[in-house]
Design a protein around this ligand. Sequence first.
Ligand code: AN0
Ligand code: CP
Length: 314
Amino acid sequence: MKHFTSVHDIGNLQAALAEAVEIKNDRFKYVELGRNKTLLMVFFNSSLRTRLSTQKAAMNLGMNVIVLDINQGAWKLETERGVVMDGDKSEHILEAIPVMGCYCDVIGVRSFARFESREFDYQETILNQFIQYSGRPVFSMEAATGHPLQSFADLITIEEYKKTARPKVVLTWAPHPKPLPQAVPNSFAEWMNAAGYDLVITHPEGYELDKKFTGNAPIEYDQMKAFAGADFVYAKSWAAYEGDYGGILSTDRSWTVSDRQMAVTNNAYFMHCLPVRRNMIVTDEVIESPQSIVIPEAANREISATVVLKHLLG
Ligand code: AN0
Ligand code: CP
């Protein structure tokens, strides 16, 4: 695997899941693979899980790790070509990226959607610049349109908890005070489709995601109908993709996942990528219930990252 930016890069999904089980049974099995190899993690945005789980994954493989927070101590980077750099940005990303590539063997990049231009975000301009100019294998730690390390961990988690071969998985929008990227729901839909699960997406009208990711997954605008018989509920807030790109179209708190909706499911497990705002996305009762698997889901980030780094090293 040269780069890891979507489900298409992981190859056979069943083989990848088998590797996840192998790693989970013995996380240090490939500790020699990364000896004297260096991972550089570049963060343009905040992180708790991705930072810790990816560093742990690299340590599982015997790698050295460098973390760069672009917004804390690095030079402010210009990302557009052709700009007269007479403002507050001291360095251009077109020099910064190849320089970063000099000091490492693999690069992870976190660069969220900016919501300034749908084209800029959906072309994955920043991530692709790393791929083009770093000379290193690059992986997404959540880029503008996808968060594949999260979705891979989500898939591993569902495989661990599912009681039927093809569970009903409901991706539900939920309200949030800030406009959030579509990266997590995009990737989640893509991975669930690839796994062949019965995926249903529910959100208020106007929140349709890019079909490139959701494919043929049905959209049910009635959240209660969507939840009926669900085996897994995956909550996430996102801003509009169509029309008012990056806009908040609804603040309707009846979409907050509560016991009311969970009652019509097939005793569904509750999932969320975290960080989650309680009583906006999900009530205290649901996230604290025995059906909430958000912590094992987060724990599996170490496993998905270990499998992906192993591929990038191999
Ligand atoms: C980010 C998002 O919604 O994409 C990261 C989630 C992993 N969440 C926030 O910014 C709150
Ligand atoms: N789920 C996830 O990617 O969390 P962080 O933003 O804390 O890394």
